[in-house]
Design a protein around this ligand. Structure first.
Ligand code: SAM
Ligand code: SF4
Length: 358
């Protein structure tokens, strides 16, 4: 039996760290935004090396610094107690973490759809390289849809962009997810001179596969050996180009997240645009992010953080974690600080996306 399965068995008898409190208050920040969504990174490691995300020789964290699956589970339960109803597991690549399915299975028991309480959605963001192996288990655990990152359908280009020749594996993973009944949304980072000539094809292909697509502007997260401004492609330009070919109608779909959505009449699919540099994405922010080491970043584009690992490993985890969460709510900034045109001599935040989780 793996450790987390054993932990789950033990919990049924008595003794996971119980972070619940009878008077657990909902999470509301200083700007009256209600927090209902946790993005939980379970690994900083990855089997790809996307050029906009990390350098080839990335220094990964020593394993001891990363939260155990049991700690990730206990923390998640603490968040659920305080009103978090959606958890997205991310990384790094979440599916390279050993025994990760056990975490999904344990969390899945809190899904309303599984007869549990509190959790309305359990999902993940993945590069899909391991999905062929895991799609069925994820579906069994209660995952109903997931985000898959795919920036190009050209094998040679994929190999350059991710520094690994893994496109066939990824396409198999997407097919396996669909076969397992999982609804797939594709995320693509729009990159100047890299995939900009392919974006229409990527959208047409995805919509043909019944997958919605979200395009993302590259964000200045971590040093990646490449010049960020060289990669930056404003999505208003992309949208203008798409509108020459297709009819885009603004959709009122709203996930409480940063994307704005358009329906494309000709393809019958939906397009999301995440524009941190050209649009305000913060007003209705409903999320918190926790890294694999238990650092809670209330904002992807800020340096504010609180240490949940220290709280969790303290003598009084229940009190300390509750205090840390309250502190995080007070320091969650009104808006992010990573507009590239405003950063001047400080071009990027010190954290890679693979640390905070996308
Ligand atoms: N490995 C998984 C994957 O790629 O889906 C999950 C983690 S990855 C960090 C999550 C998302 O962040 C991916 O869609 C990726 O394209 C995006 N991403 C990584 N670095 C980024 C950056 N600097 N700017 C914008 N998006 C980025
Ligand atoms: Fe890995 Fe995802 Fe970063 Fe690509 S974007 S290197 S797949 S963590």
């Amino acid at each position: 039996m793996t450790e987390i399965k054993a932990a789950w068995e033990r919990e049924r008898e008595r003794d996971r760290i119980d972070l619940s409190a009878p008077d657990a208050a909902p999470l509301v920040d200083a700007f009256q935004r209600r927090i209902t969504y946790l993005r939980l990174s379970v690994a900083d490691r990855c089997d790809l090396r996307c050029t906009y995300c990390m350098p080839e020789r990335m220094t990964f964290l020593p394993r001891a610094e990363v939260l155990s699956l049991e700690e990730l589970y206990d923390l998640s339960r603490g968040f659920i107690e305080r009103g978090v109803s959606k958890i997205r597991i991310t990384g790094g690549e979440p599916l390279v973490r050993k025994d990760i399915v056990d975490l999904f299975t344990a969390l899945g028991r809190h899904l309303v759809s599984k007869g549990g309480g509190g959790l309305k959605e359990l999902t993940l963001t993945t590069n899909a390289t391991q999905l062929d192996r895991y799609a069925d288990d994820l579906a069994k655990a209660g995952v109903e849809r997931l985000n898959i990152s795919l920036d190009t359908l050209d094998r040679a280009r994929f190999a350059v962009l991710t520094r690994r020749d893994a496109l066939p594996q990824v396409l198999d993973g997407i097919a396996a997810a669909k076969e397992a009944g999982l609804k797939v949304k594709l995320n693509a980072v729009a990159l100047k001179g890299v995939n900009e000539d392919e974006i229409e094809n990527l959208i047409a292909w995805a919509h043909g596969e019944a997958c919605d697509v979200t395009l993302i502007e590259v964000m200045p997260l971590g040093d990646v050996e490449e010049e960020r401004l060289d990669q930056y492609l404003p999505l208003d330009q992309v949208k203008a180009r798409l509108e020459k070919r297709w009819t885009l109608t603004a959709s009122d779909a709203n996930t409480g997240g940063p994307a704005r959505y358009w329906d494309i009449s000709e393809t019958g699919g939906r397009l999301g645009l995440i524009t941190p540099h050209t649009g305000n994405i913060c007003e209705g922010c409903n999320r918190l992010r926790v890294t694999a080491t238990g650092q809670l970043y209330p904002c992807l584009g800020g340096s504010e953080r609180v240490d949940l690992r220290a709280a969790l490993r303290s003598d009084k985890p229940q009190v300390e974690v509750a205090d840390a969460l309250d502190r995080a709510l007070m320091i969650k900034p009104e808006k992010h600080h990573f507009r590239m045109d405003e950063r001047g001599a400080d071009p990027h935040l010190p954290r890679h996306m693979a640390m905070t989780g996308g």
